[in-house]
Design a protein around this ligand. Structure first.
Ligand code: UD1
Length: 417
């Protein structure tokens, strides 16, 4: 079991590249099942979640080769429709293989997905959408069995919430369905646009990605293509939080500033200066942050739930009271009890967390229990008075490519043991 030892009272400086987006890479990898030939995916981050998706693809019969940040996927050999339980449990996003398998193999048998325990995370919208496209779905003994005996046909699907995963699952399945599919109240996250860009390069006809209504004109088949994954806006927000808590000045390279349009103003409210030049962000934080008033997590273009935990770490040491309202997942304050161990003054009630900023945190032994909560503990550790020992590092590795090395590159003292 690895642990991270984060020395306290750190100051960051210099520039770093932001990794490719995990949440884009995972659905794009699932979608390669539909695109015969060799798919070359650039800027693909080295993460345990990406490795888990590669293992699923290999199990299904694809060839997957990695060279640094490039993954080459040949799906011509894909020959099966089942995914074993131990592979499904590795990540939550394995559920996007449902739409991809239905479209490519005509059937799918998989168990309910795993992933971080940040809420109940039902998949009813995925199933309703796929049923509308003509899939026959049975759920029994924790398994989902799907088939499309008459093929998939376009349909009008109105989502009751703009679910990222359900939008992706339906988009992939509808790409080669017969006729037109319309998704209303679709998720608008940049990762949806990235998936649509990939599918369109493969020959799909998807219009309106990034807007609330997506129209998919089904095509007969898709061909492989080369695609570069967009930068990870949550990794960028996490590094901004690390710089914010330590009163540091850093430059982030390989970012799309517009993807951070809801995040940057919150840091500015806290007294930070953020300047963008093309794909670079120059970030500078004051000696002590100001409080952030109210941060509400919302579907994109609102403030992302994935950035809530790292930002909360910053609010712990801000001057004054900050209020967070978590509207997306019902169990996303698991990092709070660990931050309290470090001296934070936090109170949660339901969706709300109130942070009364304290002048400093102190190092402690803490345990990460989910990906973004782990990032919050790292950020808190950087500004603490003494060293912090973080266990549960495997959660961090699901979504951050060697965060400790990135921080060391910025001058911090973070060790993995
Ligand atoms: C994706 C992201 C995750 C991010 C989340 C919200 C990936 C791999 N993960 O997760 O990092 O935190 O978007 O931005 O891209 N819901 C249902 N029924 C469904 C589907 C979802 O009730 O069928 C609910 C969920 O429980 C949650 C909300 O809808 O409360 C949003 O979930 P969703 O947007 O689907 O998140 P994920 O795709 O799981």
């Amino acid at each position: 079991m690895s642990k991270l030892i984060v020395a306290g009272r750190q100051k960051l400086s210099g520039a770093t590249e932001v990794q490719g987006a995990k949440n884009s890479a995972l659905p794009v990898l699932a979608a390669t099942l539909l695109a015969k030939g060799e798919n070359v995916i650039y800027n693909c981050p080295v993460l345990s979640d990406v490795e888990a998706s590669s293992r699923v693809l290999r199990y299904l019969g694809c060839t997957v080769n990695r060279s640094s940040h490039t993954l080459a996927v040949k799906s011509a050999g894909a020959c099966r429709g089942d995914i074993p339980d131990e592979l499904m449990r590795k990540t939550r996003s394995s559920i996007v293989f449902l739409g991809a398998l239905l479209a490519s193999a005509g059937n799918a048998r998989l168990s309910l997905p795993g992933g971080c325990e940040i809420g109940q995370r039902p998949i009813d919208m995925h199933l309703r959408g796929l049923r509308a496209l003509g899939a026959l779905i049975k759920e029994k003994h924790g398994y989902i069995e799907c088939s499309a005996p008459y093929g998939l046909s376009g349909a009008r699907i109105a989502l009751s919430f703009p679910s990222v995963g359900a939008t992706e699952d339906i988009m992939i399945a509808a790409a080669t369905a017969s006729g037109t599919t319309t998704i209303t109240n679709a998720a608008r996250e940049p990762e949806i646009c990235d998936l649509a860009d990939y599918l369109n390069k493969c020959g799909a006809e998807i219009y309106g990605a990034g807007e609330g209504v997506i129209v998919i004109e089904g095509v007969k088949e898709l061909h492989a293509c080369s695609h570069t994954i967009i930068p990870d806006r949550i990794a960028a927000a996490t590094l901004m939080s690390c710089a914010a808590v330590t009163g540091s000045e850093i430059t982030l390279k390989n970012v799309i500033p517009s993807h951070l349009a809801a995040v940057i103003p919150v840091f500015e409210e806290a007294g930070c200066t953020v300047k963008s030049h093309g794909c670079e962000l120059a970030f500078s934080a004051p000696q002590r942050l100001k409080s952030m008033k109210t941060v509400r997590t919302m579907p994109y273009p609102g403030f992302p739930t994935d950035a809530q935990a790292p930002l909360l770490a910053a609010a712990c040491v801000a001057k004054g009271t900050s209020v967070f309202v978590e509207n997306i997942f019902e169990n996303r304050y698991r990092h709070v009890s660990e931050l309290i161990r470090m001296g934070a003054n936090l109170k949660t009630e339901g969706k709300v967390c109130v942070a009364e900023g304290v002048p400093c945190l102190y190092g402690a032994k803490v345990e990460a229990t989910d990906l973004r909560g782990a990032a919050a503990l790292v950020a808190a550790g950087l500004c603490a008075e003494s060293a912090t020992v973080i266990s549960g590092v495997r959660f961090l590795e699901r979504g951050y490519e060697s965060l400790e090395q990135t921080l060391c590159g910025l001058g911090a003292d973070v060790k993995k043991i």
